[in-house]
Design a protein around this ligand. Structure first.
Ligand SMILES: NC(=O)c1ccc[n+]([C@@H]2O[C@H](COP(=O)([O-])OP(=O)(O)OC[C@H]3O[C@@H](n4cnc5c(N)ncnc54)[C@H](OP(=O)(O)O)[C@@H]3O)[C@@H](O)[C@H]2O)c1
Length: 319
């Protein structure tokens, strides 16, 4: 049975955080979830004026149905910003039910504040620190009375572009730099492979049966959003490129593309799609497992990424 947005259940009492909530798939996620009566949604964004504009738009669309939404300042290219955002949530909430690690950058050059290749740094490292910082609160949430095992969830946005990751993954020394010797698509592919490997490792190291928390990664499909706008260096033909690209690659509108992450975040066995997601699994839209590349299921590579990431994050997790 195909999953429809109307299958998203009522989310009474839930506290939700969506990164990159000001645009594209993140903004649509916030809107859809805001109409299902959660206690609060944190719309995390790096640009306050864009966040305010998104909030006004969401409130107008949702009307009287809109749940409380709070803007959370979060720049994933800075560990300091990630730590501050996590601390704000922890200080203000006694629970966190859903964390959708949605924000992403594609087609950029350079490094993050801590010196990681920009796509790997934002898409993977920033999210990894956010998730690890908020995990204790999520584990507490999962233990609450009336919360089913696996109802507390962390959904990480990966991409079919994981297929662009080079066989030499992970070039850790280069990733602590701009990795300029590697092409842009390969670098984006590495970051998206890291997203799905990290979700599978979280599931392994924090088993759902013990922690109650479920970790899922997804590919949303090819969706018309602002992603990759940095690729267009010729503004006059930007519109044409988008139009032609959308037709050529059969890009889907955002209301369609958002379904996989919302299914992964909210669907339980027996609702919508007959089966909800399983912890550690990577899904193509909607709810289809087993479609990743061979490397996506490489436990050794995933484990290497986990160990290295843990070492890098350790100083920031201790303070
Ligand atoms: N669209 C697709 O076809 C597609 C396909 C596969 C996977 N995905 C994945 O889907 C996710 C959402 O992308 P989208 O398509 O919705 O793109 P989008 O419209 O460009 O939205 C990306 C969001 O990420 C935010 N972001 C970028 N860098 C950030 C940073 N340093 N700190 C905090 N937030 C940051 C952006 O904020 P600003 O507005 O401030 O830039 C924006 O809110 C990404 O992880 C992407 O890899 C998309």
């Amino acid at each position: 049975m195909p999953f429809k947005l109307s299958d998203i259940p009522v989310l009474t009492d839930k506290i939700i955080l969506v990164t990159g909530g000001n645009e594209g798939l993140g903004k649509e996620s916030v809107f859809q979830l805001a109409t299902r009566s959660p206690a609060k949604i944190y719309l995390a964004a790096r640009n306050p004026s864009k966040a305010e504009a998104a909030l006004s738009e969401i409130k107008e669309r949702a009307g009287d149905n809109c749940a409380p939404i709070q803007i959370l300042n979060l720049d994933l290219s800075s560990f300091d910003s990630v730590k501050k955002a996590a601390a704000e949530v922890i200080a203000n909430e006694s629970r966190l039910d859903l964390l959708i690690a949605n924000a992403g950058v594609m087609g950029a050059d350079g490094v993050t504040k801590e010196g990681y290749e920009i796509q790997f740094g934002v898409n993977h490292m920033g999210h990894a620190l956010l998730i690890r910082s908020l995990l204790p609160l999520m584990q507490e949430t999962a233990k609450r009375e009336g919360i089913a095992v696996g109802e507390t969830r962390c959904v990480i946005l990966s991409s079919g572009a994981e297929a662009f990751a080079p066989a030499s993954i992970y070039p850790f020394e280069g990733l602590k730099g701009d990795l300029a010797s590697t092409g842009m698509w390969a670098r984006y592919g590495i970051s998206k492979m890291a997203n799905l490997h990290y979700a599978s490792q979280l599931a392994k190291r924090y088993p759902e049966a013990e922690t109650g928390v479920r970790f899922v990664s997804i590919h949303p499909g090819a969706v018309v959003t602002n992603l990759g706008d940095t690729l267009n260096n010729w503004p006059k033909i930007e519109w044409l490129i988008k139009k032609v690209g959308a037709t050529l690659f059969m890009l889907k509108p955002v209301e369609h593309g958002v379904r996989n992450q919302l299914w992964a975040a909210t669907c339980s066995d027996g609702s919508g799609l007959k089966k909800g997601p399983e912890s550690g699994v990577y899904y193509h839209p909607v709810g289809i497992a087993g479609k990743g590349t061979k490397m996506a299921y490489d436990e050794g590579k995933a484990s290497e990424l986990w160990e290295w990431t843990e070492k890098e994050l350790q100083p920031y997790l201790e303070v």
